[in-house]
Design a protein around this ligand. Structure first.
Ligand SMILES: NC(=O)c1ccc[n+]([C@@H]2O[C@H](COP(=O)([O-])OP(=O)(O)OC[C@H]3O[C@@H](n4cnc5c(N)ncnc54)[C@H](OP(=O)(O)O)[C@@H]3O)[C@@H](O)[C@H]2O)c1
Length: 257
């Protein structure tokens, strides 16, 4: 696919680029500071568009003028608590969603395939209808973003939210091509709820759910290079992906008991 990638100068986006290339996608980078892109990365990009990730009209124009079929958003950073300003992240998320939606409509043929970085806290908790965030209220902007995107049917915007807990790179710098051990096959994945969840403290009155979430969240740490391979591999499926319209959670296979 031809992918518009936002956030290529960040931790996630810089590793997303080699993963997308390894899966034979063409990549158009949308950045506000092109000087921050390494010369190696620049040489591998199809094009670079300069603009703000909160400028919906400019993102839409980039999608349409470069004939992109997909958008990957790794721009912006969610604030951990609601006590501080939520910064620009919700505005970036809303701008990307609006841009992809309108570009898909204007293009008329098929919706834009869209992967957006989100967070673990908006996954379903084992006790319906509560989300994990209802027990541990962190990264509140992810919930706001989720409520926004789920109001758009997947047949007009083919979205997926990547809901990792803590993702850290294995290698200090992006690897071109990605290292052979970077692979989606190191992960198990599930839609809307964490995979391989274990109900340990179900019988503890009142605080059982809190204990369980606190105890297990750490085991959902995942390797960034595996996560970006997961997204890049999925984009090969285009609109046939089983993850469209879903919050997607992953766990390292090595952590599955
Ligand atoms: N890291 C994790 O453990 C983790 C876990 C779950 C979810 N996530 C999510 O993944 C996403 C990316 O995280 P990260 O760790 O890669 O963050 P990061 O290293 O801080 O990168 C953020 C990127 O966003 C770009 N950006 C910010 N504001 C922009 C704007 N107005 N216009 C254009 N670009 C803008 C930055 O560009 P500049 O270089 O120009 O500043 C940078 O490329 C975030 O949404 C985060 O919440 C991360």
């Amino acid at each position: 696919m031809k992918v518009l990638l936002l956030g290529v100068t960040g931790r996630v986006g810089s590793r997303m680029l080699p993963a997308l290339l390894a899966h034979k996608h063409q990549v158009v980078a949308y950045v506000r500071t092109p000087a921050k892109i390494s010369s190696e990365a620049t040489s591998k990009l199809d094009s670079i568009v300069v603009g703000s990730a909160s400028d919906s009209a400019a993102i839409k124009a980039a999608i349409l003028s470069h004939n992109c079929d997909a958008v990957v958003n790794a721009a912006g950073l969610a604030a951990m608590t609601g006590l501080t300003s939520q910064g620009e992240f919700p505005a970036i998320f809303a701008a990307v969603v609006q841009a992809a939606l309108e570009a898909g409509r204007e293009r008329g043929s098929a919706p834009i395939r869209c992967w957006l970085m989100s967070g673990f806290s908006i996954l379903d908790s084992p006790k319906k209808p509560y989300l994990l965030l209802d027990y541990i209220p962190i990264f509140p902007s992810h919930k706001r973003n989720y409520l926004l995107i789920k109001s758009h049917p997947a047949d007009i915007l083919a979205w997926s939210l990547f809901c990792a807990n803590d993702i850290s790179p294995k290698y200090d710098t992006p690897q071109f091509p990605p290292s052979a051990d970077a692979s989606a096959s190191n992960l198990v994945a599930k839609a809307d709820a964490p995979p391989a969840w274990v109900e340990k403290y179900r019988t503890v009155p009142l605080i059982g759910n809190y204990l369980n979430i606190m105890a297990q969240a750490q085991s959902y740490y995942s390797v960034l290079e595996n996560c970006v391979d997961f997204i890049a591999a999925d984009l090969e499926k285009g609109l046939e992906s089983e993850w469209i319209g879903k919050r997607v959670s992953v766990k390292e296979k090595s952590k599955v008991k």
